[in-house]
Ligand binder design. Structure first.
Ligand code: GUN
Length: 295
């Protein structure tokens, strides 16, 4: 039996950022301007503040220009939509994101649909979601793109394999299932999606060569649900109370790591697996936006 290999998302993400920075240095040497990502942050939500700060920091690591546009949470929907339209028109901005969640009085869907899909580096616009589903050039949202990047970089064979996705969310389960099914590498899998209404989840996951767990239930996937030699990708990042930590919580994945890891050929840890890959995918999308290859 082959020894289990840990998939290091932290290192992979650092490698990719270094590759992007090298490409940006070449662009700049050739007289082109640096890719420019703008982020709109509404209010002062702690999680959102951290995410956006990390995005700005990653831009600097990649050699991008970045702009952080802040509004208080009493901004009206009309004012926010005006800003989105202004960024759509601003030729100095290659791509931008509106950090979610937004205050209750603003429709997130309306805001997302107002973004020019050619600058929608989050890949949340229905045009990007639809194009991705039928395999056209588009911005793929960050978490699914990060998962495929890990499978590619670890040389994991996916063709003809049975991939079971736990969860059907619009941002992870659904798109990652679509990508794993498409005729390309990584991909070309037989895909099954299981969700809260699936009665025999363990029976199905036991048949999986690749399991992608994205249901947000800490330690849901147990050893008896996984076959020997499976590849397990853990997307869960639930905050569970932990008095021994300064923060008062720790991140828990959807996989019972200690139980499941010994059975796997490859497994992602939490933290340090899929998580660090998401910002890196956003940086990749920004570079693509700057090259104008999605139109
Ligand atoms: N909130 C949590 N994750 C994300 C993300 O990937 N993009 C945006 N815009 N907001 C988020």
């Amino acid at each position: 039996m082959k020894i289990m290999q840990l998939i290091d998302g932290k290192k992979t993400s650092a490698d990719i950022k270094a590759e992007i920075a090298a490409e940006v240095a070449e662009m700049v040497a050739a007289g082109k301007r640096r890719p420019h990502l703008a982020a709109i942050l509404v209010g002062h939500d702690g999680g959102s503040e951290t995410y956006v700060a990390n995005k700005v920091k990653s831009c600097a690591e990649c050699g991008f220009e970045s702009s952080l546009i802040r509004f208080e949470d009493d901004i009206t929907e009309a004012e926010l939509l005006d800003k989105v339209r202004e960024l759509n028109e601003d030729d100095s901005v290659d791509g931008f994101i509106v950090q979610l969640p937004l205050p209750k009085h603003i429709s997130e869907q309306k805001v997302i649909e107002a973004i020019d899909y050619r600058k929608d580096v989050d890949g949340f616009h229905p045009i990007n979601a639809g194009r991705m589903a039928i395999g056209l050039p588009c911005f793929v949202s960050a978490t699914p793109a990060g998962i495929l990047e890990l499978l590619a970089r670890y040389g994991i064979d996916t063709k003809g394999k049975h991939c079971v996705v736990l969860g059907r969310s619009n941002i992870v389960g659904r798109p990652v299932a679509e990508l794993m099914m498409q005729k390309r590498t990584p991909g070309n899998c037989t895909v099954t999606i299981v969700h809260s209404a699936t009665p025999n989840i363990a029976e199905i996951t036991r048949n999986a060569d690749i399991i992608i767990a994205a249901i947000g239930k800490p330690a849901f996937l147990k050893a008896d649900m996984v076959k020997e030699g499976a590849v397990v990708i853990d997307v869960g990042t639930t905050r569970v109370p932990d008095a021994s930590r300064k923060s008062g919580f720790r991140l828990s994945g959807d996989v019972d790591f200690n139980e499941v890891a010994p059975k796997c050929s490859f497994i992602t840890p939490v933290p340090g697996g899929v998580g660090p890959m998401t910002i890196c995918s956003l940086m990749k999308n920004t570079l693509i936006a700057a090259k104008h290859t999605v139109y």
